[in-house]
Design a protein around this ligand. Structure first.
Ligand code: UT7
Length: 332
């Protein structure tokens, strides 16, 4: 049988500090009722502490993964970090994580695909494993969204939170692991969700800071319309082209941007609510962290052979879905 890339371990890390809807109501003109009914979010975690960055949360997750699996950092061949909030524009956050956790024999780089970055990274990593050349790959989804959120803008500050997750991918010759993926992008959507300044188009200046252009800009309704259609379409497509129905699916692991988008995707796939991983109420939208944080929290419910669909939509626009045949019993 050909080599497939199987997820063989998961870990996650969320910071201690809980920013509740109640606390946000004291910062901007909002309330728990609006946030809950429009997004499903109740609280989100915020990384506090001078100098702490996306890599620090990722490193915490990786340390726990090494401890739990007994894998030695020296055995890791490749690190891919999906992030929209890299520690710096360069070097890559993946290189920083490697240094912080003592990974010395790996090549390391970041993938930027906004909220779809974790899916793009898992798909990319799976190809390195399938080539037979690489045996142990770590894929991170890590974002300190609070570093680019304007806490005077009620349209965006209620949505995002901080967190990081990591999966270990290894070769599997028994048919388990990543079975199929569909990844898409449409750059004409870049105007609806972006950070305007700080890149080569508009380098940082006093003017860009004064104009608050180093914060997330989102045209929520436009993104919502594309996200509902994009995530549902691609999730339905990956089932259809693999002759699967909702009954064959054990779990949908959706990007946690808005509960209404998740519900629409589950309906389109013919899935009942109990098959949908949902932690948006506790963590908000952690961008690249959402999917690995769900897998981490649900690990002990995952069983060998489960059909798991990962799905996301994000800035770019980027979107996609991955079908995974789960490789191990989580409750061990
Ligand atoms: O993860 C990456 C991809 N991102 C997404 O998928 C996000 C997609 N978009 C969304 O999830 C939703 O568009 C939001 C949650 C961002 C916003 O929800 P909405 O139902 O689209 O609200 P809206 O932007 O249409 O605003 C409705 C009203 C407006 O007031 P008026 O103009 O009707 O008087 C807003 O000013 O709600 C107001 N509003 C708020 N009110 C209380 C906006 N934000 C808030 C707030 N609290 N935090």
């Amino acid at each position: 049988m050909s080599i497939k890339a199987a997820i063989t371990a998961i870990e996650g890390y969320v910071p201690e500090y809980k920013l509740t809807n109640e606390e946000l109501s004291t910062m901007v003109e909002t309330n728990d009722e609006w946030i809950t009914s429009r997004t499903g979010i109740k609280e989100r975690r915020i990384l506090k502490g001078e100098g702490l960055a996306s890599s620090d949360m990722a490193a915490e997750a990786a340390k726990k993964l090494f401890e739990k699996t007994g894998v030695n950092p020296d055995e890791i061949d490749l690190i891919i970090c999906a992030t929209a909030t890299p520690d710096m524009l360069f070097p890559s956050t993946a290189c920083v994580i490697a240094d912080k956790v003592g990974v010395k024999n790996a090549f390391a780089y970041d993938i930027m695909a906004a909220c779809s970055g974790f899916l793009y990274s898992v798909a990319t990593a799976s190809k390195f494993i399938e080539s037979g050349q690489y045996k142990k790959v770590l894929v991170f989804g890590a974002d300190k969204m609070s570093s680019i959120v304007d806490y005077t803008d009620r349209r965006t500050c209620v949505i995002f939170g901080d967190g990081a997750g990591v999966v270990l991918l290894e070769p599997n010759e028994d048919g388990y692991g990543i079975q199929d993926h569909i990844l898409k992008s449409d750059g004409s959507g870049r105007h609806a969700l972006n950070m305007k300044a700080g890149g080569s188009a508009k380098p940082a200046s006093h003017e860009t800071v004064d104009a608050k252009e180093h914060y997330i800009y989102q045209d929520g309704q436009t993104v919502f319309k594309f996200a509902v259609r994009g995530m549902a379409d691609v999730s339905a497509e990956i089932l259809e082209r693999n002759n699967l129905t909702g009954d064959d699916v054990a779990w949908l692991v959706p990007h946690q941007a808005n509960k209404r988008i998740i519900d629409a995707t589950a309906r389109r796939m013919g899935l009942s609510e109990d098959k949908v991983m949902l932690n948006i109420q506790r963590y908000g939208n952690t961008t690249n962290g959402t999917i690995p944080l769900c897998l981490w929290e649900w690990e002990d419910k995952l069983k060998k052979g489960d059909n798991v669909i990962l799905a996301a939509f994000g800035g770019g626009f980027t979107w996609g879905a991955i079908w995974v045949k789960w490789a191990y019993d989580g409750k061990q």
